[in-house]
Structure formats: C-alpha cells, structure tokens
Ligand binder design. Structure first.
Ligand SMILES: Cc1ncc(COP(=O)(O)O)c(C=O)c1O
Length: 419
C-alpha cells in the first residue's frame, strides 16, 4: 500500500468559484455517467426525469427527514405517498407497511432484523443454537453484513444451470434455527430472478420468513411484466413473501440515497422500529437504521415517481427491453462470446469458452470502459440503464477489437473479480 500523506485541515476562505474549479479538476478523470462506459452506479430513464429528480432534491436539500413527523409534515406526506405507491405496485395486502431508507443495504438490514425478532418472539429454535438465514450464493453481501451485525449465520445454496437458486439445495440447508429465507429479483451477479414462487411456498409451509431482495427489480420489473416481457411474479402475490427490499435509487430512477422496504404485515415493521425514551431527551423513534436522512431524497423520489407514473415506467420498461435485446443480439453476433444467463431485466453476464474474458475486460478498461467482473462463472458484468443505449455500437466495436487482441496474443488475466 502506498504511503498516505495526511491532508492538513484547510485554512478556509476559498471562494465557490475556486472550489468549483478545483472539484472539476479533481474529478476530470472520474467516470462520466453520461458516457455509458460504467457498468453500474448510475441509473437513467430519460433526461427529463433526471432533471426532475435533481431539482426536487435541491428544493428540499436542507431539510432532515428525521424530523419529518415533527417539523416537516409535507415531507412526511411525500414519504407516505412513496410507500403507498410501492405497496400498491408490489401487491401488498391491506395492512402492509413500509419504510423509506437510504439504500438497499439499509432496507435489507431492516428486513433481517424484523425476521430475526419475529423468530425469537415465537420462541422458536434450539436453545443455545445460533440462528441462520438461508439464501442462494448469488444473494447480495448486504445480508452477510446484516448477519455480522445480528450475530447470525448465513448459509448459501447453490444455483441451477440457469443460475437461479437451486431450491432443493436451499431446502437441504434449512433447519429449526432458520429464521429467514431469501430470494433475489433479480440477483446482482447474473441478473436472473430466483424461483420466488417455489421458495415462498416452501417458506410458508415451514413457517419461515421469506424476504425478496428486489433492490434491483422492485420498482421496474413489475412494469416489465405489464408490458408482456414474461417477467415472473416475485412480489406479495406469493403468500409466503413477508418482506421485500426495493431501491428507488436504482431502477426507480430517483437520486441517491433512496430505497424502500415493505412488510406484508404492518406489525412486523414494529420489530425493526427503534425506540428509546431513557436518554434524557424524550422518546427517540426511528423506523430506519440511520438517524438524520436527506429530505431531498424523499422529495426527489416522490417527484420522479409522479413525473414518470405508470406510463413513464412502462415506457422505461419498453426502452430498457429494446436496448437489452439490442445488446444481446450484438453479443450473440460475436462468436467468441456467451451469455451465461438469460437476462430477466437488464443485467448481462457475458463470458467465453474461447478467450479469457478477464483479459478482454482488461483491454476494455484500457479503452476507457469500467466493466464489472464475476467469479462464478468467470464473466463480465453490466447493468444496463438508458445512458448505455447510445454507447452500444462503440461497446460492441471495442469488445470485438479487445477479443481480437486477446485471441492474437492468447492473453490471460489474473485480475481479481471486482464488484
Ligand atoms: C440485488 C441487490 N441487493 C442489494 C443491493 C445493495 O444496495 P445498496 O448499494 O443501495 O446498499 C444491491 C446493490 O447493487 C443489489 O444489486
């Protein structure tokens, strides 16, 4: 590791114009989301929705959503609206409730906490035995993070050849100390939706909480279903689904930080709600892990949802589908490439039986792209959003050229798979 020289606390007095210039200089070499050269991190429906989100955020830039109930009833109302929209979209039954959070990780932490506490409250499990949660190997690390914080074990099931959860394998990992079963819609590495119906039926039968991690698909995959893409149902229509995480700051197209977590039974939300009245400053209550939260994110999500609405999200689903199909056709036309999975939404996992795909990725990096890498299978990963549409031809040309170089030199790569 190179030695870091600590920056001294600034003397101050730098004017905004200078700061702006310095920031531009510092970030000049950073990825430009508009170029579509970055495989993840930014999500776009269209330029207008992007502007709506940005402006709405800035309108409420200064307010703190922690104080919504007491000081900002207007923000609280927008928050309730967003939660209602999500409950409606995901077919939560009457009595379902939800929370606006700062990201997928926080939504997942809340779901895991409620599941663990319901299990404990029911007095289930072998005395002195550690609790465990069972999920496919492709589930997001946020669950492992939650497990560390809550001192529970994670058991990971294998995948079927189509890279969806192998439900038989998952069933074999479940025991009396299993408090939670997880499926993804879709999973991040391979972009496929796990067999949610099958898992949910098993969870219901065993009386175990099931959480669907729809951080990627929650706010957009329902519209894929509505436009007839054959996207499988993954929500509360399956009676075994107890909670769901769904990120607004991904395919809800809202600015960061914004996500949601929903509970079939509103009483379960109480299990992750924090309350303390004994610290000398009155009753402190949060439904989130975080305390202070940006009200701008709440306003922005509300504004983007109202700006796009049903027709806007359906159009986004059509645009994303057409773009994904065009990428898939382009990839299939390159003989050296394989798609390791059929994308359920817009995540592509691209590999090869002929060339080392990591060596291709290295050459793509040299050409200014920032591809993701997956380790099993060894693949190049990309999560397509609308800024990737204009970049398609250049991406395909650079892929073809990179593959040509790798073939010519028989290059291999010892890159480590990176998120
Ligand atoms: C399937 C899935 N779940 C959870 C998360 C975590 O979301 P966040 O980065 O907003 O915490 C991600 C992030 O990419 C994800 O893809």
């Amino acid at each position: 590791m190179s030695k870091h020289t600590r920056a001294a606390f600034p003397a101050g007095g730098v004017a905004w114009a200078d700061l702006k210039a310095q920031m531009a200089q510092r970030t000049a070499a950073d990825a430009d989301w508009k170029s579509g050269r970055t495989a993840i991190f930014f999500f776009m429906a269209n330029e207008e929705a992007y502007e709506v989100g940005k402006r709405a955020f800035m309108e409420h830039f200064s307010e703190n959503a922690l104080g919504a109930a007491r000081a900002y009833p207007g923000i609280a109302q927008m928050e309730r609206d967003v939660i209602d929209y999500g409950l409606d979209l995901l077919h939560a039954p009457e009595g379902g409730r939800g929370v606006f959070t700062t990201g997928g990780t926080e939504s997942i932490l809340l779901g895991v906490k409620s599941a663990r506490d319901r299990h404990r409250a029911a007095g289930k499990g072998g005395a002195g035995q550690p609790l465990n949660m069972v999920m496919p190997v492709s589930g997001h690390p946020a669950f492992d993070k939650a497990a560390i914080l809550m001192d529970v074990e994670v058991r990971r099931a294998g995948l079927r050849p189509d890279l969806r959860c192998n439900v038989d394998d998952l069933k074999g990992l479940v025991d009396e100390n299993t408090f939670l079963i997880v499926g993804s819609a879709p999973c991040f590495p391979h972009g496929v939706i796990d067999p949610i119906g099958e898992i949910a039926a098993f969870a219901l039968d065993r009386g175990i909480w099931m959480h669907v991690d729809a951080c990627v698909g929650g706010w957009v995959a329902p519209f894929f279903e509505r436009i007839g893409r054959g996207t499988p149902a993954f929500d509360f229509r399956h009676p075994g689904v107890c909670s769901m995480s769904a990120d607004l700051h991904k395919f809800g197209f809202a600015p960061k930080p914004s996500s949601t977590v929903f509970f079939r039974d509103g009483a379960d939300l109480e299990r992750s709600t924090f309350r303390l009245g004994t610290w000398g400053s009155g009753m402190y209550t949060t439904a989130t892990m975080s305390g202070s939260r940006p009200a701008g994110a709440v306003a922005a999500a509300w504004a983007v949802l109202n700006h796009l609405g049903t027709s806007g999200y359906e159009q986004a689903a059509r645009d994303l589908s057409a773009m994904t199909d065009a990428y898939v056709a382009g990839i299939r036309a390159i003989p050296e490439l394989e798609l390791w999975a059929e994308p359920d939404v817009t995540i592509l996992n691209i590999g090869s039986n002929v060339v080392d795909i990591y060596a291709v990725a290295e050459r793509m990096r040299a050409r200014g792209w920032i591809p993701g890498l997956t380790s099993a299978p060894r693949g190049m990963h990309t999560m397509l959003s609308m800024q990737h549409a204009p970049a398609r031809e250049a991406w395909l040309t650079d892929m073809t050229d990179s593959i040509g170089e790798v073939r010519a030199t028989k290059a291999t790569s010892d890159l480590a798979a990176t998120y």
